[in-house]
Design a protein around this ligand. Structure first.
Ligand SMILES: [Fe+2]
Ligand SMILES: [Fe+2]
Length: 287
């Protein structure tokens, strides 16, 4: 079987062609999952399990991140002129709002104190959407590995972990959709505007990398005051005895496994797995 294309490879489908856009929208609609966070029967937890869950330090940051992403993506549907792609972005907005609802339901049920932020208002719609999308490419990659660690460590009850599998799957779909959408958007521009668009994307990616480097440098020390990029440090909180090296291996394996389920004609996110692969090679296994 041939490997799936990346955002930089030649796809069997020309990115931005009517066929590519049609496939992109169709993949997104067909893989949409139905669930209602308000109807979830949350599992009963022992006192110890409840203590672990409420003790996780990233609830507030998770609520804040979903608020920004959900409101940005929902508003960003108007950026798209293709009606099917616009409907797909609106559906992604609905899914992000549902993540926020899921977090609200979980934290309310287990009485985890979080302050609900005021709904985020995007300032520059396209920049905010690009920032959120590239941010998700980083966060989701680490979330895939952390989720697998949480599942395998038995630190949380299986029933509770299983409830978040649909969220992981949605994040796979979101970043798949995003890299294909960005490529289609770039190629639709007149040739002389494309370098500026690339530069803008590069600048946004650099800002996301800089934020992660700050977090990585704090590993082993105090967590960053803002709690940003919590998926990078969360392995310290799920009691999995894992090195950064081991975490990268887990993230890479999970990323490959989850991406393999989707249409091979769609472009794959490559930048974050490539960075992770380089780090995996150069970092000592003991780190
Ligand atoms: Fe989300
Ligand atoms: Fe997402």
């Amino acid at each position: 079987m041939s490997a799936a294309p990346t955002e930089f490879d030649a796809s069997p489908l020309r990115a931005g062609s009517p066929e590519h856009k049609q496939l992109l929208a169709r993949f997104f609609f067909e893989t949409h999952l139905e669930y209602d966070p308000e109807r979830i029967a949350w599992p009963e937890l022992s006192a110890e399990e409840l203590r672990r869950l409420t003790g996780l330090p990233f609830w507030q940051e998770a609520v804040a991140t979903e608020n920004v992403t959900a409101n940005t993506v929902t508003a960003a549907a108007v950026l798209e002129s293709d009606p099917e792609l616009r409907r797909a972005i609106a559906l992604q907005g609905f899914e992000e709002q549902r993540h926020a609802r899921l977090l609200a339901a979980l934290t309310a049920h287990y009485r985890i104190p979080v302050a609900l932020p005021a709904p985020y208002q995007p300032r520059n719609l396209e920049n905010d959407f690009l920032f959120a999308g590239f941010g998700e490419c980083f966060d989701s990659f680490f979330a895939f590995g952390l989720f697998a660690l949480a599942r395998e460590s038995g630190f949380f009850p299986t029933a509770l972990v299983a409830m978040f599998d649909p969220v992981m799957e949605e994040e796979v779909r979101h970043i798949l959709f995003f890299v294909n959408w960005v490529t289609a958007r770039r190629v639709a521009l007149p040739w002389w505007k494309r370098p500026v668009f690339r530069l803008r994307c590069g600048w946004i990616i650099l800002k996301q990398i800089a934020a992660r480097v700050r977090t990585a440098r704090s590993l082993g020390g105090e967590p960053p005051a803002s709690g940003e990029n919590f998926t990078l440090t969360a392995h310290q909180d799920i009691a999995a005895p894992v090195t950064l090296h081991g975490l990268l291996a887990q993230c890479l394996a999970e990323n490959d496994r989850r991406m393999a389920r989707y249409d091979a004609r769609l472009l794959r996110p490559r930048l974050v797995p490539d960075i992770a692969r380089v780090l995996y090679r150069i970092l000592p296994a003991s780190l």
